[in-house]
Design a protein around this ligand. Structure first.
Ligand SMILES: Cc1ncc(COP(=O)(O)O)c(C=O)c1O
Length: 375
């Protein structure tokens, strides 16, 4: 898709190609980010660029722990925080720690494409389960997927690609199910919550915390999306303070961070984000983009669940064949991704973390394509 886009940009001019294919935020980091970098560069202390504990700087982990304590029922200490190379690095650290070859991980679909590859890295087996029509969790489907080999369930809210936020009731039901089967199988089934979009939510919807409902849980997150820093590769994993086998799990994570070759999360960014935990890009900018896109596409006749967070829209394709539909959009120089790649055939994903001009420029093409399908 990327190469197709580049080729089209050369042929038609960059301003005539409307690229919605990547979740690469178009907003610059908040102004405070540059101020903080300036302050850090002028810090005269020595050893700031040296190796450190593999879990990260104790001061950074303390600030993250304090921050989480404010927003969750449990009280966190630095011990429960491991700084990681983005959420992607964090997920690999957790999976490397938990999985034995052949262990199963339940993944509600549609899901972030990389999950399959991450599981493959650690010889885990994905057990993909459907969600409901509105992309909320289907607890019965999850229950049907549980076996003695189930090691974890991996959820993502706000969701890429659907923009769905799981409600507290869903999480409570999930926690209840996982507790029952953990008891039955006499070993914990872990809940891994991938949350890089936690701050990117609209209409004052609350993203409930898995930490408030289930003690065998991890939160994996990053600053890639809410501070627009995906290239800086900084994130963290937090472990529930009451997790059973907590000490062993954390030791495994610290070791995994090391032997996966990350060693530790980037030092400079660890120091930066500890001063930026309260910051985020202007969420209303993405909300306006969502509104602009949703009202136009709805008026053209596209069918979709309105996203509640993140910056993706996942409409149904008017054609069953989502790959064919995405190819038709490409002919209008509109680049999107077929839903089948996310385990959501019959849909396509629009990443609307792009300029308003790209959205506006693409609207006539979106309209023409659906009208042609209707003929
Ligand atoms: C759901 C989800 N998880 C994880 C990631 C990886 O994020 P990071 O850049 O922090 O590794 C992404 C990136 O798009 C994502 O959408």
């Amino acid at each position: 898709m990327f190469e197709e886009g580049e080729e089209r940009k050369i042929r038609f001019g960059a301003e005539n190609v409307f690229d919605f294919s990547l979740g690469n935020p178009n907003l610059e980091p908040p102004p405070r980010f540059k101020q903080v970098l300036g302050e850090l560069i002028n810090d005269p202390a020595e050893g700031r660029h040296a190796y450190m504990p593999n879990a990260g700087f104790p001061e950074t982990r303390q600030t993250v722990a304090d921050y989480l304590t404010r927003f969750n029922q449990p009280t966190f200490t630095p011990e429960e925080i491991v700084m990681t190379v983005g959420a992607g690095g964090g997920l690999n650290v957790v999976l490397k720690t938990l999985l034995d070859p052949g262990d199963e991980v339940i993944i509600p679909k549609p899901y972030f494409v990389e999950y399959n590859f991450y599981l493959e890295n650690h010889q885990g087996i994905p057990k993909v389960v459907p969600t409901k029509q509105d992309f909320s969790l289907d607890i019965d489907a999850i229950e049907r997927a549980v076996t003695k080999k189930t090691k974890a369930i991996l959820i993502n809210s706000p969701n890429n690609p659907t923009g769905r936020i799981y409600r507290v009731g869903e999480l409570e039901q999930l926690a209840d199910l996982l507790s029952r089967y953990s008891r039955k199988h006499k070993k914990p089934i872990y809940l891994i919550s991938d949350e890089p979009y936690r701050k990117i939510v609209y209409d004052n919807i609350i993203v409930p915390s898995v930490f408030d409902v289930y003690s065998e849980s991890f939160v994996v997150t990053s600053f890639s999306k809410d501070l627009s820093l995906p290239g800086e590769r900084i994130g963290y994993v937090a472990v529930h303070p009451d997790m059973s086998d907590k000490k062993m799990v954390i030791a495994g994570m610290v070791f995994s961070n090391r032997i996966l070759g990350y060693v530790n999360a980037p030092a400079f960014m660890q120091r930066a984000i500890s001063r930026l935990l309260e910051e985020s890009i202007e969420i209303s900018v993405y909300q306006n983009k969502r509104n602009m896109l949703c009202s136009a596409l709805a008026s053209f006749g596209y069918d979709f669940v309105k996203p509640e967070g993140a910056f993706y829209l996942f409409p149904r394709t008017p054609d069953k064949d989502d790959v064919a539909f995405v190819t038709t959009l490409q002919e209008e120089n509109i680049l999107t991704v077929p839903g089948s790649g996310f385990g959501g055939p019959g849909h396509f994903r629009i990443a609307y973390c792009v300029s308003d001009a790209v959205i506006q420029g693409a609207l006539p093409g979106f309209k023409k394509v659906i009208e042609n399908y209707r003929k």
